[in-house]
Design a protein. Structure first.
Length: 585
């Protein structure tokens, strides 16, 4: 794996394009170093979680006397060494820099000379929850074992906020349809696992009054207040179906970064690496009462007056997969459900005993059983041939909306494998056909995610062939890819979606011509899926917020005008796109 691959797979591409983050840290680091030098004190700076070495570079250019950069990921530590070496000419020769592939929590044990020796400690180990990457444990260790008595900590403090939220769109992703034949009542999901999302991209969001949930002062005197439990009430005079949680971190007294939604005064810019968190709760018209329990690694938020609701911990009611809100979204999608039901009604009359479901365990088979009064057998792809040998006729229901792992290209490969293995006249696939489409778009936000052109979803997927095979064998393939959901970004479509041929029918190379419908600058190509349920074709639009999983590729930017023809030249290996080129015809 190359350095660029490692940066992409670790989500660093978005961070490296976050200008507000860079400016805040650079200003704070320069100012802190300047203050020590004014007092004729040498600067010994510790960079915790150095990543690509950017904050170390800021400290070096500001004239730090000694810098210790800790990065536990060996590959990223090597990247940091390369970055520092390539930029050595930008800072003075007297600055000494050491980059160690260790955790800062092991530094004093491995190098006793560093105990209580650093007068500036810099770190950026946040996630969308703020403390989920273990920053509190790391900070406590640093303050107790590595910081000098006059140490300046960057960032200095952080605050967690909550706001009630109402959205009819999000409400569809808070309900589980009943699997009982006796009841049509929906089960609502309550506070549990938060859902990380770009709240601002949901068109009908209404936000209520904000409340401060917690505050951390990253100094030794305040350490005892870093965890605990408290009850809070959020004033709310409107209907509410959730709470959003976001944070603001003060890098120093003047500089800060935030994950606040765009409607808030603290909003800075679109961020792909940190987002607000959405906690679903039951519809309420009165004040919202929360219990906030903060530990070293987790922020647990519970609603104290939420009766008759399911939590993500109630596994007896919620299968594990249902915790993921994208499953709840497509389960409540009328367009999708009606297409499934229509096809199954037409196909299953003669084979109600032979209806098979391919995909992760979910309540979808139970819903179909209720609707069609038939039993659905859940199987893995590799098990199907044996199950179907003695079937005179069968229906195979394919879960084409697995939101955990499969982006469009890899799902298309999986689907073609399924179609080829079930090419019997008496086997009916639902949906009966899946097509892969490509759309050219203009989007600075999407192009900032990737560093290397002509790679799918920020990756060359040929290097993930083993993971794809595992997924085909029935594993979930979690985190095999980082799916991109384009409607969360600002982008303009420059052409209509164009269908690609089946990989196994087109040979090793093939070309596809795309006609431009709207002029602009091509920055990305989006790959999405379309589905045929009988004669009904479904290709979800931007308004279907959770129901489409796309992957994308970053391309060398070029300008197009309405009516231009752009040609894609693809190379396919073992039913996977391994490379492509774009050019105006």
């Amino acid at each position: 794996m190359t350095y660029i691959d490692e940066i992409l797979t670790n989500g660093h591409a978005g961070m490296l394009n976050d200008q507000h983050r860079h400016q805040a840290y650079r200003s704070a680091i320069h100012k802190a170093i300047k203050e020590f030098h004014k007092k004729n004190e040498s600067v010994r700076l510790l960079d915790i979680g150095a990543g690509s070495g950017l904050l170390t570079l800021y400290a070096a250019e500001a004239g730090a006397d000694f810098i210790m950069a800790c990065e536990s990921n060996v590959t990223m530590a090597n990247i940091a060494r390369t970055v520092i070496s390539d930029n050595r000419y930008k800072f003075r020769n007297s600055t000494k820099i050491s980059i160690e592939a260790v955790s800062s929590c092991d530094l004093d044990r491995l190098y006793p000379e560093f105990r209580q020796s650093f007068n500036i400690i810099v770190s950026e180990i946040y996630d969308s929850e703020l403390i989920g990457e273990g920053c509190l444990i790391t900070y406590k260790h640093a303050l107790s074992n590595l910081a000098s008595s006059n140490c300046v900590f960057i960032p200095a403090r952080a605050t967690l906020f909550a706001q009630p939220i109402f959205s009819a769109t999000l409400d569809n992703y808070c309900c589980i349809p009943s699997t009982s034949n006796k009841s049509e009542q929906q089960t609502r999901v309550s506070l549990g696992m938060p859902w990380e999302m770009h709240i601002d991209k949901v068109a009908d969001v209404q936000l209520g009054e904000e409340l401060q949930l917690w505050q951390w002062e990253f100094s030794l005197e305040q350490e005892k207040f870093w965890k605990g439990c408290q009850n809070v009430s959020i004033p709310n005079d409107k209907q509410c179906n959730g709470v959003i949680v976001w944070w603001k971190s003060y890098i120093d007294a003047e500089n800060w970064i935030s994950t606040a939604p765009s409607a808030h005064k603290d909003f800075q810019e679109f961020r792909d690496h940190w987002m607000p968190l959405f906690y679903p709760i039951c519809n309420l018209s009165s004040d919202i009462h929360l219990t906030v329990d903060v530990s070293d690694l987790n922020i647990d938020i519970r609603h104290t007056k939420c009766d008759n609701c399911v939590t993500s911990g109630d596994i007896n009611v919620l299968p594990l997969e249902m915790i993921n809100y994208r499953y709840l979204g497509y389960m409540n999608c009328l367009q999708l459900n009606e297409a499934y039901y229509k096809c199954l009604n037409e196909l299953s009359h003669g084979c109600k005993d032979n209806v098979f479901y391919v995909g992760p365990a979910s309540v979808l088979p139970a819903l179909i059983e209720k609707k069609l009064a038939c039993q659905v057998k859940t199987v893995q792809i590799k098990e199907l041939p044996k199950k179907l040998v003695e079937c005179k006729e069968a229906v195979v229901l394919d879960n084409c909306y697995d939101p955990f792992s499969l982006t469009s290209v890899s799902f298309y490969y999986r689907r073609q494998t399924l179609e080829r293995s079930l090419s019997y006249h008496n086997i009916h696939l639902v949906p009966n056909r899946v097509v892969l489409l490509v759309t050219l778009v203009e989007s600075s936000q999407l192009s900032n995610r990737a560093l290397s052109p002509n790679t799918i979803d920020g990756f060359d997927i040929s290097s993930f062939s083993n993971s794809v095979r595992k997924c085909l064998n029935g594993t979930t393939g979690d985190d095999m890819f980082d799916p991109v959901f384009p409607w969360e970004y600002d982008y303009k479509s420059l052409c209509f979606p164009t269908k690609l041929p089946s990989f196994h029918q087109c040979g090793k190379h093939f070309s596809v011509s795309v006609k431009i419908s709207d002029g602009g600058i091509v920055t990305n190509a989006l790959f999405s899926l379309g589905y045929y349920f009988g004669e009904t074709f479904i290709h979800f639009s931007d308004s279907d917020y959770f129901n489409k999983v796309d992957c994308y590729t970053f391309v060398d930017r070029f300008t197009v005008a309405k009516g231009d023809i752009v040609v894609f030249d693809f190379e396919v290996l073992k039913c996977q796109i391994v490379s492509f080129k774009t050019a105006k015809s």
